[in-house]
Design a protein around this ligand. Structure first.
Ligand SMILES: Nc1nc2c(ncn2[C@@H]2O[C@H](COP(=O)(O)OP(=O)(O)O)[C@@H](O)[C@H]2O)c(=O)[nH]1
Ligand SMILES: [Mg+2]
Ligand SMILES: [Zn+2]
Length: 296
């Protein structure tokens, strides 16, 4: 029997028609087979899939199966992300460190590697150095760029090669500028919500994967807002975003110490910055209040 199934990855989907990049490098159009509707599985950009010839010359393939997902984001809708670049500017806009810390909590929960990308370092060297110190001391990877300074090519290759990479961050931090400088393509624009509104509802853009440096760059208008509040963070997720606190795990007098002023707490040994500790405590309060409200 001739094996007619081929493996590929969903690059984009518009109105139920999907563009699949096959293993051999060819892009083809495919429609999902009806079984997905019954199983309530929606083929999503980023999914690995198997396709078979459909016999229809307009849409020559059908998607017959979807591979197991490493992760799935709902807004924006994209599967199998490996790396999330979190763009933060030194100034203009002032960094939203609460958003940054929230994204850093979210990443390990979704098995995504976070990379903090500091932009606009030309605007404040002092702020840049302070952020680099705060977040590298905490245990995160952090890189920087500005109008006249970009990462070396090898570093860029290392970030993207073999990975599916998204770029998140507040509006105005320089995400589009960064994408343009990386890829040289104007078409790619990891835009903000306001950019999407400007384009109007008739030109709603879709999530799309672009092959880049042996990996993929996710082009989506949604990442700046990434719906962190709906992901349902729980108390045990918090520590994933605070490697400093993991360093003192088990050292406090009480095993279940929340590091909020308990007797015998060794928070001082963690090296956590005042700001990050305050944000950790604020998230903890919100999670505790919510868990009481919903009786969890
Ligand atoms: N000074 C400075 N301005 C920058 C830099 N990168 C981007 N910008 C400016 O910041 C503004 C917003 O950039 P944009 O890429 O649209 O941000 P986005 O909303 O995150 O996509 C633009 O006016 C850019 O020219 C940088 O490294 N230094
Ligand atoms: Mg943009
Ligand atoms: Zn403690």
């Amino acid at each position: 029997m001739v094996e007619s199934k081929k493996n590929g990855r969903i690059m984009k989907g518009v109105g139920g028609e999907y563009t699949i990049l096959l293993e051999d490098g060819v892009s083809v159009l495919a429609k999902p087979r009806g079984i997905f509707r019954n199983k309530k599985v929606i083929p999503t950009v980023g999914d690995y899939c198997e396709v078979e010839p459909s016999g229809d010359p307009d849409i020559p393939y059908v998607i017959v199966s979807i591979g197991e997902r490493k992760n799935l984001l709902v807004r924006p809708s994209v599967a199998n992300i490996d790396v999330l670049i979190i763009a933060v500017s030194t100034l203009d806009p002032e960094p939203d460190l609460k958003l940054l810390d929230k994204l850093l909590i979210l990443c390990p929960k979704l098995d995504i590697e976070p990379l903090i990308w500091l932009t606009k370092t030309d605007l404040s060297r002092q702020k840049a150095d302070a952020l680099i110190k705060e977040y590298s001391d905490a245990g995160f990877n952090i890189v920087e760029s500005s109008h006249d300074q970009m990462l070396p090519d090898e570093k860029i290759h290392e970030i993207f090669s073999g990975h599916t990479v998204g770029i998140a961050g507040q509006s105005g931090v320089g995400k589009s500028t960064l994408c343009h400088r990386l890829t040289g393509m104007d078409k790619i624009e990891v835009g903000s919500i306001s950019e999407r509104l400007k384009r109007g509802k008739h030109t709603t853009r879709h999530v799309e994967l672009f092959p880049f440096q042996g990996g993929f760059l996710i082009d989506t208008p949604g990442f700046s807002s990434l719906d962190v509040d709906r992901i349902g963070l729980e108390e045990e997720d918090l520590l994933g975003g605070y490697p400093e606190l993991l360093r003192i795990a088990g050292k406090c007098r009480f095993q279940d110490c929340r590091h909020t002023g308990e007797l015998g707490c060794v928070i001082g040994e963690s090296g956590i910055s005042e700001g990050r500790l305050a944000r950790y405590r604020e998230f903890l309060d919100i999670i505790i209040v919510n868990s009481k409200k919903y009786g969890k």
